[in-house]
Write a protein that binds this ligand. Structure first.
Ligand code: B3K
Ligand code: ZN
Length: 883
């Protein structure tokens, strides 16, 4: 197959001004009558053929301008409807098709979740409902009439506002039917279409926009789960208010509905006025959702809501521009969460996530640009690079041009491109105009993949009182890109003396450059540059990449004494945390080498002492929890970079946790006792932070003093009244194989067997156990009554957690982990290729493994590659992974 290429983009030859759909819901034979008002695009090619996309559609009837077309005028197949010589004037095309929602296991198009009907159209699902120009630059006004059995689907929703609803005469089958008509006045691309039919419970509220319009809000969930949607509703109202003050964006329809379903390929979908959610991002109660779940719900509700402006009002010209809506909307939801919670802690969590998911993607065979230039399967481009790195690039842009210019650029973007399908160039041009700066070099962040390496070296001259900093950037080749131009990297930095930040004074005659450096943000846009700071009285500690000002890897050989000073004194909360991580990473890397050489790793008391002061001095528990949480095994693997032995990494990390747990025992006990739950539950960041620190302390205590730790964990497990504390206690107990662990796992299941989302946590926890028998446990669990390969959440909890969260067992030395995941991918692929392909992308770092494991991973991938029949999704991932 040939890839789709950005450079081949052509405007559509025809436009579709309006779409009238009449959908009769039926479990196995839903009927869709569509009437399209089509006209030639003045910017298209005259007399071009009109080819509408379809996917597996059964055609029942066709009419052009309400009349049956002559033979041969329309050529149809399940995948396409073609008019070789369409009228060169406005005309209507009526097509009736039939689809089977119950048989739709791909969960794209019209499908069922439980007994409810729902849709997912982004990116190319609308063609599985009816024939259409299923591309984001064709914007139409939709009117949707839904008809269904009143008993089966008393609720009928679609985009926009409700215009009419009523009963229908009972048919010959004796089924009482009803209908509803929805109209969405805002022209939109087909990927934003949605409908829902079913028997659901709901909660309702209202939001008054700043111009005084009342918006009716509804959240629809399974009957009985209504109270669990309260936090989602609260998050929605806060998101609506925030977008008005932070970005000046007001909601535009009379209703905003959210529907939660349990079978969903991703997190949620921003359909205009009718968001459809994975119920995991809607339902929460203290006893069933962790603090992390609450934070995710808040973020995802906000993210989908924010799409109303960044994605829906201004959409993408083509799928290469995906980051235009996704990177920007992630940037917006990060800002929202930072305002709702602790900005410092949030930044750390976002960077941890970026490094965990995006850095390995950018360093391996699946690396691609934030704005890709080719694709075989667009579904595989909903990646951490498009989303998270896309957001980082916008954050950098803001650092570079300043908050004011940034805000003017956003306003310009909304004003100029509202109602259009735009490009990344359109977006960036607004900031160039608002800031008066040339951003063409900055645009390389969109055109070049790979994480740049920023190397810093420094020297101090005591007699001259100067501190010299040399910065150098370099980028390794990535697939299809051997040579890179330098990136424009904003490097926020400071110099830290024994008592804190020093004023920055530079040695340069260039006033502009002096101002830039003294502002604390230095822009490296060339391969290398040197800065000399003057009036520096004693050797300072360099605090570099403050706030993680650019998505780069940093290599700077700070002395351990400097790291300790930064941990204690750095005014920037991010680099203060980073100093602790860097210190830990250094100890861990050394320990891995020692273990590899058959030696036992040396202990380091300075690091443990530094953490002790964090525990005694830190005023913010959430921040302290981040400080004492070591880099993950995957973080360590990335720092080492090649010839990875996951067992040595696991042993090294365990050893350091044990050393900290022992060394800080009394501090940890104090923290654990001091932060015991008191007063009523609150999901807010302060209360969550206390739980986070207490549970981080418990985790270390269990590593340092297994028996005492287990006793604390058992007590907590028995008495916990929040899921956060309950699952943390279970996780702590699960560190030690044996009867106590198995009994606790059984108890947990018994307590929560009726709640699929909580059972998912139980699956995931077991999937991530480092024990040798984990794989056989997982294989048994695939036969558990609560498990189903048809439900994406279940598959992700068990198999996904194993493949992405269990470094040692997925990469087991005998290849059994690889073989298992390959087997699951092959069995899922015919049913749900998107989920299968996502699972397969867990192999993205296979080339960094030591030779034995590497060979086994490659052999496993090749077993997929040689198959004749694979989905486009899995074919694309496997070929690129091996490429
Ligand atoms: N836009 C959707 C993602 C659609 C994914 C299709 N494979 C959710 C979001 O990013 O908000
Ligand atoms: Zn999104």
């Amino acid at each position: 197959a040939e890839p789709v290429r950005l450079k081949d983009y052509k405007a559509p030859d025809y436009l579709i001004d309006s779409v009238d759909l009449n959908v009769k819901l039926h479990p196995t034979a839903a009927r869709v009558v569509s009437r399209l008002s089509i006209r030639p695009n003045p910017n298209g090619r005259p007399d071009a053929a009109l080819i509408l996309d379809g996917d597996g559609l059964i055609v029942k009837s066709i009419a052009i301008d309400r009349a049956a077309p002559a033979d041969g005028v329309v050529v149809v197949s399940p995948q396409q409807l073609a008019l070789a010589n369409p009228p060169q004037r406005p005309f209507t095309l009526d097509v009736e098709t039939e689809v089977n929602p119950t048989a739709n296991s791909r969960l794209m198009g019209l499908f069922r979740s439980g007994s409810a009907y729902c849709t997912q159209c982004e990116p190319e699902g609308f063609r599985r409902i009816t024939f259409f120009l299923d591309r984001p630059d064709v914007l139409s006004v939709y009117t949707v009439r839904l008809e269904a059995s009143r008993a089966e689907a008393p609720l009928l929703l679609a985009n926009g506002n409700l215009v009419e609803a009523g009963e229908l005469a009972t048919g010959e089958d004796g089924v009482a039917r009803h209908y509803a008509v929805w109209h969405d006045p805002f022209p939109k691309p087909s990927y934003l279409f949605a409908l829902v039919g079913g028997d659901l419970g709901s909660i309702h509220d209202a939001f008054l926009t700043r111009s005084g319009r009342r918006v009716a809000l509804g959240i629809y969930v399974e009957h009985g789960k209504e109270p669990l949607a309260a936090y989602a509703m609260d998050s929605l109202k806060r998101a609506m208010a925030w977008d008005e003050t932070a970005f000046g964006r007001e909601y535009d329809l009379d209703v905003f509905n959210i529907v939660a379903v349990s079978d969903f390929n991703m997190g949620a979908m921003e359909n205009k006025g009718l968001n459809i959610f994975n119920d995991k991002y809607v339902l929460a109660s203290p006893a069933t959702a962790t603090d992390a779940d609450y934070a995710h719900i808040e973020a995802v509700i906000a993210h989908e809501y924010f799409h109303n402006w960044t994605g829906n009002r201004i959409t993408c010209r083509d799928w290469f521009q995906l980051c235009l809506k996704e990177g920007l909307t992630v940037f917006r939801d990060h800002e929202f969460s930072s305002d709702m919670r602790s900005r410092a802690v949030h930044r750390i969590a976002d960077v941890r996530a970026l490094r965990a998911a995006q850095f390995p993607e950018d360093a391996g065979p699946l690396a691609h640009n934030v704005r890709p230039e080719t694709y075989y399967e667009i579904n595989n481009f909903y990646t951490a690079t498009i989303y998270e790195k896309g957001a980082e690039v916008i954050r950098m842009l803001k650092v570079l041009i300043g908050a004011e210019s940034f805000s003017r650029g956003m306003d310009l973007y909304f004003e100029r491109y509202d109602g259009t399908a735009a490009t990344v160039e359109d977006f960036i041009s607004c900031f160039a105009e608002a800031s008066g700066r040339d951003l063409s070099d900055f645009f390389r962040w969109y055109r070049q993949s790979g994480t740049p390496l920023l190397e810093a070296a420094s020297s101090y001259d005591a007699s001259a009182g100067t501190f010299t900093l040399h910065l150098e950037q370099s980028s390794k080749p990535t697939p299809g890109q051997d040579h890179k131009e330098p990136f424009v990297i904003p490097v926020a930095l400071g110099l830290v003396g024994p008592d804190g930040d020093l004023p920055l004074k530079t040695e340069t005659d260039n006033a502009a450059s002096a101002r830039e450096i003294e502002s604390g943000v230095f822009v490296l846009s060339t391969p290398q540059r040197t800065i000399i700071f003057r009036d520096v009285e004693s050797r300072p500690a360099l605090s570099i990449l403050r706030g993680f000002s650019a998505p780069v890897r940093l290599d700077y050989a700070a002395s351990e004494a400097d790291l300790i000073r930064l941990i204690a004194r750095d005014s920037d909360s991010f680099t203060r945390w980073q100093a602790a991580q860097t210190y830990a990473s250094r100890l861990l890397t050394r320990a891995v080498a020692d273990i590899g050489a058959g030696k036992s790793p040396a202990e380091d008391y300075d690091f443990v002492d530094a953490l002790a002061s964090v525990l005694t001095e830190s005023a913010d528990p959430a921040y302290a929890a981040q400080m004492i949480t070591l880099p993950s095994e995957a973080d360590i693997a990335r720092d080492i970079g090649e010839n990875i032995d996951p067992d040595a990494i696991h042993a090294a990390r365990f050893g350091l946790r044990r050393a900290i747990g022992k060394g800080l025992s009394s501090h940890l006990h104090t923290v654990y006792a001091r932060l015991a739950p008191d007063g009523p539950y609150s999901p807010d960041a302060a209360a969550a932070g206390r739980r986070a620190l207490r549970n981080a302390a418990l985790d270390l205590l269990c590593a340092g003093e297994p028996e005492e730790g287990a006793a604390l964990a058992s007590r907590q497990f028995a008495s916990a009244d929040t899921m956060t504390d309950e699952i943390a206690a279970l996780g702590a107990l699960a560190q030690t194989p044996g009867e106590t662990r198995e009994a606790a796992l059984k108890t947990f299941y018994r307590r929560h067997a009726h709640d699929a989302l909580v059972v998912d946590k139980w699956f995931a926890l077991q999937a991530m156990l480092p024990d040798a028998d984990t794989l056989s446990r997982i294989k048994d669990l695939t036969g558990h009554p609560a498990f189903s390969f048809a439900n994406p959440n279940r598959v992700r909890s068990l198999v996904g957690a194993f493949a992405t969260g269990n470094l040692t067992r997925f990469n087991a030395a005998d290849g059994s982990g690889f073989d298992f995941v390959v087997e699951i991918v092959l069995c899922l692929d015919p049913k749900n290729p998107q989920v299968a392909a996502r699972l397969l992308s867990a192999f993205k770092s296979w080339r960094t493994l030591e030779p034995g494991r590497k060979a086994l991973a490659e052999a496993a991938l090749r077993r997929i590659a040689v198959r004749d029949v694979l989905s486009a999704d899995v074919r694309d991932i496997v070929d690129r992974s091996l490429g």
